[in-house]
Design a protein around this ligand. Structure first.
Ligand code: NI
Length: 136
Protein backbone atom coordinates (compact mmCIF):
# COMPACT_ATOMS: atom_id res chain seq x y z
CA UNK A 1 0.00 0.00 0.00
CA UNK A 2 1.74 3.12 -1.22
CA UNK A 3 0.82 6.63 -0.16
CA UNK A 4 2.05 9.97 -1.47
CA UNK A 5 2.94 12.81 0.86
CA UNK A 6 3.39 16.32 -0.49
CA UNK A 7 4.94 19.54 0.66
CA UNK A 8 4.39 22.94 -0.93
CA UNK A 9 7.19 25.52 -1.00
CA UNK A 10 7.95 28.87 -2.53
CA UNK A 11 10.83 30.99 -3.76
CA UNK A 12 11.30 34.25 -5.63
CA UNK A 13 13.96 34.38 -8.28
CA UNK A 14 15.08 36.31 -11.35
CA UNK A 15 16.17 34.83 -14.62
CA UNK A 16 16.82 35.48 -18.28
CA UNK A 17 16.21 32.92 -20.99
CA UNK A 18 18.84 33.00 -23.71
CA UNK A 19 21.66 31.08 -25.30
CA UNK A 20 25.10 32.63 -25.28
CA UNK A 21 25.88 30.97 -28.60
CA UNK A 22 22.89 32.61 -30.39
CA UNK A 23 22.60 36.15 -31.79
CA UNK A 24 20.45 38.76 -30.02
CA UNK A 25 17.96 38.49 -32.91
CA UNK A 26 17.62 34.73 -32.63
CA UNK A 27 17.30 34.92 -28.83
CA UNK A 28 14.58 37.59 -29.19
CA UNK A 29 12.77 35.49 -31.75
CA UNK A 30 12.76 32.36 -29.60
CA UNK A 31 12.55 33.75 -26.06
CA UNK A 32 10.83 37.15 -26.57
CA UNK A 33 10.44 39.15 -23.36
CA UNK A 34 12.09 36.34 -21.42
CA UNK A 35 15.36 37.40 -23.09
CA UNK A 36 15.28 40.84 -21.39
CA UNK A 37 19.00 41.49 -20.71
CA UNK A 38 18.09 43.08 -17.36
CA UNK A 39 16.35 39.90 -16.18
CA UNK A 40 12.81 39.49 -14.80
CA UNK A 41 11.39 37.72 -11.79
CA UNK A 42 8.87 35.06 -10.88
CA UNK A 43 7.17 33.89 -7.71
CA UNK A 44 7.85 30.20 -8.08
CA UNK A 45 5.70 27.66 -6.24
CA UNK A 46 6.61 24.03 -6.02
CA UNK A 47 5.00 20.85 -4.78
CA UNK A 48 7.30 17.96 -3.95
CA UNK A 49 5.54 14.61 -3.59
CA UNK A 50 7.15 11.51 -2.10
CA UNK A 51 5.56 8.09 -2.60
CA UNK A 52 6.34 5.02 -0.53
CA UNK A 53 5.04 2.34 1.79
CA UNK A 54 3.61 3.35 5.16
CA UNK A 55 6.10 2.44 7.87
CA UNK A 56 4.22 0.09 10.19
CA UNK A 57 5.95 1.40 13.32
CA UNK A 58 5.52 5.14 12.77
CA UNK A 59 2.52 5.22 10.45
CA UNK A 60 4.48 7.62 8.24
CA UNK A 61 5.69 7.23 4.66
CA UNK A 62 8.25 9.88 5.56
CA UNK A 63 8.15 12.42 8.36
CA UNK A 64 7.11 15.56 6.45
CA UNK A 65 9.58 17.53 8.58
CA UNK A 66 12.39 15.67 6.80
CA UNK A 67 10.96 16.65 3.41
CA UNK A 68 10.49 20.23 4.61
CA UNK A 69 14.13 20.44 5.73
CA UNK A 70 15.42 18.95 2.45
CA UNK A 71 13.41 21.49 0.43
CA UNK A 72 14.68 24.34 2.58
CA UNK A 73 18.34 23.32 2.26
CA UNK A 74 18.30 22.20 -1.39
CA UNK A 75 15.81 24.62 -2.96
CA UNK A 76 14.82 27.63 -0.84
CA UNK A 77 18.27 28.41 0.55
CA UNK A 78 19.82 27.97 -2.91
CA UNK A 79 17.25 29.72 -5.15
CA UNK A 80 15.27 32.22 -3.03
CA UNK A 81 15.98 35.89 -3.86
CA UNK A 82 18.67 34.81 -6.30
CA UNK A 83 19.39 35.52 -9.91
CA UNK A 84 19.30 32.00 -11.31
CA UNK A 85 21.64 32.80 -14.22
CA UNK A 86 24.27 34.59 -12.14
CA UNK A 87 24.00 33.25 -8.59
CA UNK A 88 23.17 29.56 -8.96
CA UNK A 89 25.97 27.38 -10.36
CA UNK A 90 23.46 24.76 -11.61
CA UNK A 91 22.48 27.26 -14.34
CA UNK A 92 25.93 28.45 -15.28
CA UNK A 93 25.62 26.62 -18.61
CA UNK A 94 21.92 25.70 -18.48
CA UNK A 95 19.04 27.92 -19.61
CA UNK A 96 16.85 28.45 -16.50
CA UNK A 97 13.52 27.55 -18.12
CA UNK A 98 10.82 26.09 -15.88
CA UNK A 99 11.60 22.71 -17.47
CA UNK A 100 15.29 22.86 -16.56
CA UNK A 101 14.58 24.29 -13.09
CA UNK A 102 12.18 21.47 -12.22
CA UNK A 103 14.77 18.86 -13.25
CA UNK A 104 17.45 20.53 -11.11
CA UNK A 105 15.06 20.69 -8.13
CA UNK A 106 14.08 17.05 -8.59
CA UNK A 107 17.74 15.95 -8.72
CA UNK A 108 18.64 17.99 -5.65
CA UNK A 109 15.78 16.55 -3.54
CA UNK A 110 16.15 13.00 -4.90
CA UNK A 111 19.82 12.91 -3.90
CA UNK A 112 18.82 13.48 -0.25
CA UNK A 113 16.00 10.93 -0.13
CA UNK A 114 16.28 7.21 0.57
CA UNK A 115 16.28 5.46 -2.82
CA UNK A 116 13.18 3.45 -1.83
CA UNK A 117 11.02 6.56 -2.37
CA UNK A 118 9.55 7.83 -5.63
CA UNK A 119 9.58 11.59 -6.14
CA UNK A 120 7.56 13.96 -8.28
CA UNK A 121 8.08 17.72 -8.43
CA UNK A 122 5.59 20.24 -9.85
CA UNK A 123 6.93 23.75 -10.41
CA UNK A 124 4.65 26.73 -11.02
CA UNK A 125 6.34 29.62 -12.79
CA UNK A 126 3.05 31.54 -12.80
CA UNK A 127 -0.29 30.56 -11.27
CA UNK A 128 -1.31 29.18 -14.69
CA UNK A 129 1.95 27.78 -16.07
CA UNK A 130 3.53 24.76 -14.44
CA UNK A 131 5.79 21.83 -15.26
CA UNK A 132 6.10 18.37 -13.77
CA UNK A 133 9.06 16.02 -13.50
CA UNK A 134 9.27 12.57 -11.94
CA UNK A 135 12.60 11.30 -13.14
CA UNK A 136 11.42 9.68 -16.37
NI1 NI B 1 10.54 34.10 -16.97
Amino acid sequence: MKVTISRRAHFNAAHRLYRKDWSIEKNDEVFGLCNNPNFHGHNYELIASVTGEIDQETGYVLDVKILKDIIKAEVEDVFDHKNLNLDVPDFKDLNPTAENIVVIIYNRIKAKLDSKFELEVILYETPRNFVTYSGK
